[in-house]
Each structure stands twice: as structure tokens, then as C-alpha cells.
Design a protein around this ligand. Structure first.
Ligand code: ATP
Ligand code: MG
Length: 285
């Protein structure tokens, strides 16, 4: 079953001259990990806002086409039901905070949908463990590092155990160590839970190895949908759109141009090491 399905979706923000989404068709099966890429202003945030139903429910504009979440039109799903189905994490974690302690922050959404005390306790424990924020539960969410804030924001969203988790540039505003931890959380959620995960990211290096499928958005259109290996094969296409494939893919792409490498472009450092061993003696050493 498709967790998410868009067909013929065109969306124009009120007062905008051009539509921000143009005739988008996209199907995301349940359990997939999807990486959404594209240049600035391409329409990536608009696309995930449509999936979350913020478009058209909370943002004004003109929508054509259908957005289905587990087969139901998103605008007709009741807010408490939708809150359990889709979790949304923004680039700026503070924009999400409402409570005085980290624990209250994680509990907030759970209480809102009326879970019993015991379930809430278990969910908080689970979400805090996965995100590594157990030691921060008593702290004010404003008084911790940027990376910690992002992990708290993720904890409060996954505590609801949404069937779909959307993260819009979750590593954009945090330090390198914090970025790695967020990537690791996403990897754990992908491996151990059957969540459908949609990540919008410029940090392709880190997320490409996790993705089942990559969605390339450009000028409001979904231009390509393919497995990462297929998308990142075409370096010139991506660079022309200001999208930077993993460094290791680019290095082997250059070797390929010079006729020194014929295999698939590696996506991760590990794959790069393996490909390195296949190079002819003296190729790049
Ligand atoms: N609330 C809004 N009202 C009017 N226009 C908007 C609004 N939000 C976004 N836009 C416009 O819609 C287009 C797509 O924006 P969007 O934020 O979806 O792009 P993006 O791919 O997420 O970009 P970025 O990488 O910078 O986050 C842009 O031209 C943007 O200016
Ligand atoms: Mg955006």
C-alpha cells in the first residue's frame, strides 16, 4: 500500500505569480526511506507541506489534484488522526518547542491525543533512548545545544510513533557532530521500525546511503524519481541544478571521465574504498 500518493498536484500560494508545485505525481510505498533533493526554492518544503496537509488546511492558495495519505485525502483526515499518522520535524527545532522541560516537550503531543499515563511513560523512554536525550529530560529545551535541540524535536515527534515521519532539512542548522547523530537516528528508525521516512536534505553525502528512493524537485516539478545509485550516476545533471552528489561519487566520476574507472559510482566512503581497490595500478595513486 502507498503511504503517500500525489496525483496531478499543482499548488499556487496566494498572491504568487507562478505555482510552487506543478503537476506533481508521486507514490511512496509504506516503509520506504525517501530523500528529497533539489536547488533552493525548488518547492521541496512546499511538497512536504502538501503531504502533511498544511497545504491547503493552514496555508492559503489554490490546489489542484489529490494528496492521499494511506488512501485518504489528506485535507479530510481529522487533525488528531493526522497527528498520529504524520510527524513533521523542521530545520529550526525551536520553532516547535512549547514546554519548559525536555520531558514535558516529549510528553506534550502524547497527552494531546490522550494516551494513558503508562503508555506515555514507555513512549518517552523509547523516544529519549533512540535520540540519546535521556540525560536532558529535566533541562529547559531552550538551554541546550543546537544539535541537542534537534534531537529533542525528533524525540517529541517520534514519541507519537507516526507511520510517516517527515524531516525538512533536519541537519541544516546544527554542528557536524549533531548532524552525524541525526543521521544515525534516521538510520535506526529505518532499520528497526517500519516507518515511512521522507527527508529533505542538502546534506546528500550523509543521507544518500540510507535512501531507497531519491526525489529530485526542480522549479516546482518532480523531475526524477529513482534509486540513489541511478540519480547520483548523472553528475552533470545534478551539478547543473546546484545539487552536490557525495564527494566520493564525484571523485570516481572524474576518474571515469579519464577512462580510469568503469564501475558504478560509489555512494559512501566504504563503497569508495572497495572501488579504489579495483583501480588499475597507477591510476590515481
Ligand atoms: N508561504 C509562501 N507564500 C508565498 N510563496 C511561498 C511561500 N513559501 C514558499 N514560497 C515560494 O514557493 C517556492 C518554493 O519554495 P519552497 O520553500 O518550497 O522551496 P524549497 O525547495 O524548500 O527551498 P529551500 O531549499 O530554500 O528550503 C519559492 O519560490 C518560494 O519563494
Ligand atoms: Mg525548504
Amino acid at each position: 500500500m502507498n503511504a503517500i500518493e500525489l496525483s496531478g498536484v499543482t499548488w499556487r500560494y496566494e498572491h504568487a505569480k507562478e505555482p510552487a508545485l506543478v503537476d506533481v505525481d508521486l507514490a511512496i510505498p509504506e516503509g520506504e526511506f525517501v530523500l528529497v533533493i533539489g536547488p533552493n526554492e525548488a518547492g521541496k518544503t512546499t511538497l512536504v507541506s502538501a503531504i502533511k496537509g498544511l497545504i491547503p488546511n493552514s496555508i492559503t492558495g489554490v490546489l489542484k489534484g489529490d494528496v492521499l495519505v494511506f488512501g485518504e485525502r489528506v485535507e479530510s483526515i481529522k487533525p488528531p488522526v493526522l497527528a498520529k499518522q504524520i510527524g513533521f520535524v523542521f530545520a529550526d527545532p525551536e520553532s516547535q518547542f512549547t514546554a519548559l522541560t525536555v520531558e514535558e516537550e516529549i510528553v506534550f503531543g502524547l497527552e494531546n491525543v490522550g494516551w494513558p499515563r503508562e503508555t506515555i511513560g514507555k513512549r518517552v523512554e523509547w523516544a529519549a533512548r533512540i535520540t540519546g536525550v535521556e540525560d536532558l529530560l529535566d533541562k529547559p529545551p531552550y538551554d541546550i545545544s543546537g544539535g541537542q535541540k534537534q534531537r529533542v524535536a525528533i524525540a517529541s515527534v517520534i514519541a507519537m510513533q507516526p507511520r510517516i515521519l517527515i524531516l525538512d532539512e533536519p541537519t541544516a542548522m546544527i554542528d557536524p557532530l549533531g548532524k552525524d547523530l541525526v543521521v544515525r537516528i534516521c538510520a535506526e528508525l529505518k532499520n528497526d521500525h517500519d516507518m515511512t521516512i521522507v527527508v529533505v536534505e542538502h546534506n546528500i553525502e550523509a543521507f544518500a546511503p540510507l535512501a531507497d528512493k531519491v526525489v529530485m524537485v526542480n522549479e516546482g516539478r518532480v523531475e526524477r524519481v529513482a534509486p540513489p545509485r541511478e540519480i547520483f550516476r548523472d553528475l552533470d545533471y545534478l551539478l547543473a541544478r546546484d545539487v552536490h552528489p557525495p564527494q566520493v561519487s564525484q571523485v570516481f566520476g572524474r576518474l571515469r571521465e579519464r577512462g580510469l574507472y568503469r564501475g558504478e559510482l560509489p555512494l559512501s566512503d566504504e563503497e569508495g574504498f572497495a572501488s579504489w581497490r579495483t583501480l588499475p595500478e597507477g591510476a590515481a595513486r
